[in-house]
Design a protein around this ligand. Structure first.
Ligand SMILES: *Cc1c(COP(=O)(O)O)cnc(C)c1O
Length: 424
């Protein structure tokens, strides 16, 4: 009998996919493997952008009741229709039309399994041989990984920290060619916490028009702007260049586990329809799983019951947390946060390695930090920026204060000789 190891099997792993698969979850799992389980202190998880388990960020009971009553109605026990339950699509169309200069129809709303599946769908339908897509750097890594799986070529343009993380539009023009199909923007931004102005968004739309491409606008943090700039949906400029707007219940409603997202066609001139993109999306939806019917069925009530107080309470919390994090981080010499976050729940922080002894890069910093202080931070490589760090401030204020105090202690232990922390 032959030994198992000698037998010839035809299959082997796809190294291309393994190498190009970057994710927040994968990176955090790697960093967490260094956690010292003997440390009695609770872990401070700056790494993950999921505050739903913290008491201050718990969703409203009215939102929970909406789901309960959808389940109790017995009306949502069947398979949903491929594009989503009509009442839910109608409610979302109404809800988002309020901030657009034109009316969305329910046929311009598709329901997905979180914003993650919305990304999967739009990237997959664009992936034809030879095509390329423009992605921001830094970015939410799901776009790049999805593109790699679909063999869609990625070209990165920079977001500029000195300009409040605005898109480098000159770079966008230089990168694009006749095979470029779309540009992705994320607003309010993960990982930078920035919010784009009306003017900047208009310039992005005009650039897209000039290049003959459309805009994919990830607005999973829609309306979560707590600084001086109001949130403006990219769909406002849909008549300049077509826009696909992606979103979900995960962030603003603080129920990421409910897995309900959407794609909005914000293209009043019907350009995407004319070019077969909408048909592609519909075909893709026919062969993918759908979000649970009962969560879809709860949407009209969820939207109706989302009070202004619920949203303003959330924004107040995030504003205070952003202020604290920004101020305290900048007191630590090895860290610089160039821009105070104005939206979402994240901040990019530069790691000043020259201030540290024996730390080689961002991954090394995060690994040692979690080991010594039980503080979890996402290394910048996971979002495309080596030797930066991404912090989430969606947590209790006391945890942020505890976490930055531990970061300070970590710095003091690893500071280059002669560096001392300024006493406060
Ligand atoms: C969280 C997040 C997503 C994923 O959203 P889900 O609804 O949880 O799938 C997509 N894009 C960005 C920018 C995010 O921050």
């Amino acid at each position: 009998m032959e030994m198992n190891g000698d037998h010839h099997w035809n299959f082997q792993s796809n190294e291309h996919l393994n190498k190009s698969s970057i994710s927040v979850r994968g990176t955090l799992n790697l960093i967490c493997s260094h956690l010292n389980t003997d440390d009695p202190r609770p872990i401070v998880a700056f790494g993950r952008a999921d505050p739903s388990a913290y008491p201050s960020f718990r969703t409203s009971p009215l939102i929970v009741e909406s789901l309960v009553s959808a389940v109790q109605s017995y009306q949502f026990n069947s398979y949903p229709s491929t594009h989503g339950v009509l009442s839910a699509r109608r409610a979302l169309a109404e809800y988002f039309s309020n901030s657009l200069p034109y009316q969305l129809s329910p046929d311009e709303v598709f329901l997905t399994i979180g914003c993650t599946q919305a990304i999967e769908i739009v990237i997959s339908v664009l992936a034809r041989p030879g095509a390329n897509i423009l992605l921001p750097r830094p970015a939410f890594p799901q776009y790049e990984s999805r593109a790699a799986f679909g063999r869609l070529e990625v070209r990165n343009f920079d977001l500029i920290p000195e300009k409040g993380w605005e898109v480098d539009l000159n770079a966008v023009e230089a990168l694009a060619d006749n095979n470029t199909v779309a540009i992705v923007i994320i607003n309010p931004n993960n990982p930078c916490g920035s919010v784009y102005t009306y003017q900047h968004l208009k310039e992005i739309a005009e650039t897209a028009r000039k290049l003959g491409i459309f805009v994919i606008s990830d607005e999973v943090y829609a309306h979560m702007a707590f600084g001086n700039k109001p949130f403006v949906p990219m769909g406002v400029f849909g008549s300049i260049a077509p826009v696909l707007t992606l979103g979900s219940l995960s962030k603003k409603w603080s129920v990421p586990g409910w897995r309900l997202g959407w794609i909005l066609i914000t293209d009043p001139n019907g350009i995407l329809e004319k070019h077969g993109i909408i048909e592609n999306i519909k075909n893709y939806l026919d062969i993918t799983p759908d979000p649970p019917s009962c969560v879809q069925g709860a949407i009209p009530q969820i939207l109706a019951k989302t009070s202004d107080e619920f949203v303003s309470g959330l924004l107040d919390l995030l504003r205070i947390n952003a202020d604290i994090l920004y101020e305290k981080i900048n007191e630590i010499p090895c860290l610089t946060c160039p821009n105070k976050p104005e939206g979402a729940m994240l901040a990019m922080v530069k790691l000043n390695l020259e201030q540290l002894e024996g730390i080689s890069d961002d991954v090394d910093f995060c690994s040692k930090l979690v080991k010594e202080e039980s503080v979890l931070v996402l290394p910048g490589v996971a979002v495309g920026m080596k030797n930066w760090l991404r912090f989430s401030f969606g947590m209790e204020r006391s945890s942020i204060e505890d976490g930055v105090a531990r970061l300070k202690a970590f710095y003091q232990r690893h500071a280059k000789a002669n560096n001392h922390i300024p006493s406060s």
